[in-house]
Design a protein around this ligand. Sequence first.
Ligand code: PMV
Length: 327
Amino acid sequence: MNQIASATAIANPNIAFIKYWGDKDPMLRIPANGSLSMNLSNLQSRTTVSYDSTLERDELILDRKVPDDLAVERVTRFLDHVRHLAGISYYARVESENNFPTGSGIASSASAFAALSLAASKAAGLQLDERSLSRLARRGSGSACRSVPAGFVEWQSGEDDDSSYAFSLAAPEHWQLYDCIAIVSQEHKKTGSREGHALAETSLLQNARVGDTTRRLDLCRQAILNRDFQAFAEIVELDSNLMHAVMMTSQPRLFYWQPATLAVMRAVVDWRRNGIPVCFTIDAGPNVHVITLADHSSRVIADLIQIPGVSKVLVSGPGKAVRLSVE
Ligand code: PMV
């Protein structure tokens, strides 16, 4: 008779306001610097893990399709760690679905590994607290550790597996910040963040960026806690520009922007000059995360969609912590 133990979890992706770029330890994903982010309420990954005594290997279904071998291998390596922690040996069937379009250029690894951490550990009989769950998610994808706690989240870089985890700075209700993601390309990125982190050290600018992180984290943390949009906007744009300066000057160089990326950046800076609370931040891709306050979001979305090259805008407020699905 086969034995099955199953659990389903839901997690939101997050947008970093102070970015993680480069690793001190790429195996354990101990980052070169601390980072700070907000979970995105309207976007989610929903993942079911079922350990089954009759399986001969792990099986993975992503958005109703069988993904390439590399993706399966990455999940198997992750599940091996969970099996080791729980002292079990059964393989698992993993089904994961995103409610945002695949290939929309929105990184799904953060929400996918946060949801996988909770579903896989729960189904294996583990009761991990938030810190342990965040440390576990970090092994799948660094930024996934920030999708474990709720709302506004800081990842303290730490020095080792025990000390590198994320925690909530403020609940989702603390500040009604909206992320209006201007989609300018739906292409899959040519260089993923995994290869990108490995290149960070080849840029002359990485040491300067990392050396100044404590100052930027302090400014961003204070701006969020005080709900000071002007201070927040200045530091968030500076941090995004610093990360892209490192990317552009690494060897080989990484250049993620497209003409429409720059058009959105310029428009956002103009709007802010004209009194609208709005700023931009960009991850390892061409799409622009335009951050504003809830009251201004309708106007910002309407204006963004007018910019040539912007095909659509996805909108989210601050999201919750990773959670089990009760259905
Ligand atoms: O977690 P990863 O390996 O996908 O890296 C995320 C890198 C950025 O999105 C560019 C920055 C960040 O802090 O989220």
